[in-house]
Design a protein around this ligand. Structure first.
Ligand code: 9D3
Length: 230
């Protein structure tokens, strides 16, 4: 897979993909990740990427020309309709559909992701209308730009690539696949500052342990994420 991120802050990504599973996946050649400076695709002296919104209002809007030029140079296509198969052009924005594990799974089956990270108050809507295949948000809270969201999306997708995790099946056995949160985990010591590890986990009774874990996961989900049980 190839992931191209278009941003006005390419430095933001300098080290973030150099750790853990993403670093391993890159070294193993499973994915190539690049962050490109949107200003590379400006043609004026001052490398201007934004302008004031038509109709008035606060803040600035990212201009369409550099974004279209960037996506065209990275995909060879001038609009989403001529996008090669296996290529997705993603706009990260608060107006997108929310990133879920199902969306990550879908994107992990793609060969080429072009990810546009917005800044300012937004991006000229013609980018969404003509260029973007998927407009994605990472959740209902306000970020100062799309860059942190690009890191989140990249992480969620890359770890799903076959061979990225130690075992090929481990991504499938994870909690969100079952619609429940993970059960609580404990390690040594069995007592820490007066807090005991649940005795059943020390019992060696595998059947009882499985049952306890399932119930503990359900309890945790009821308490923290009742929406997952509906
Ligand atoms: C909805 C907020 N907008 C009201 C005028 C302004 C605005 C706030 C923050 C416009 C853009 C942004 C920058 N955020 C993103 O680019 C972004 C984002 C987010 O803020 N939350 C969750 N997911 C994402 S993906 C990209």
């Amino acid at each position: 897979m190839r992931i191209d991120i278009i941003t006005i802050f390419p430095e933001f990504f300098r080290e973030v993909f150099d750790f853990g599973i993403i670093r391993r996946a890159r070294k193993a050649g499973l994915v190539e990740i690049s962050a490109h400076d949107l200003r590379n695709w400006t043609s004026d002296k001052h490398h201007i990427v934004d302008d004031r919104p038509f109709g008035g209002g606060d803040g600035m809007v990212l201009k369409p020309e550099p974004i279209f030029a960037a996506v065209e140079s990275l995909t060879g296509a001038q609009s989403r309709d001529s996008c090669p198969g296996g290529t997705r052009v993603i706009l990260l924005s608060p107006q997108g559909r929310v990133l879920t594990q199902a969306v990550a799974n879908e994107l992990a089956a793609t060969k080429h992701l072009v990810v546009i990270a917005g800044r300012y108050e937004g991006v000229d809507e013609r980018v969404s209308e003509a260029l973007v295949t998927d407009e994605i948000s990472i959740g209902d809270y306000v970020l100062s730009g799309g860059e942190p969201a690009a890191v989140v999306l990249t992480d969620a997708v890359v770890r799903l690539l076959p061979g990225a995790l130690g075992s090929e099946t481990s991504a499938i056995n994870e909690s969100f696949a079952e619609g429940l949160l993970d059960c609580p985990q404990y390690t040594r010591p069995p007592e820490f500052r007066g807090m005991r590890v649940p005795e059943v986990l020390l019992s060696g009774n595998h059947g009882e342990i499985v049952k306890w874990r399932r119930e503990a996961a359900e309890e945790k989900t009821r308490r923290n994420r009742p929406d997952l049980l509906k």
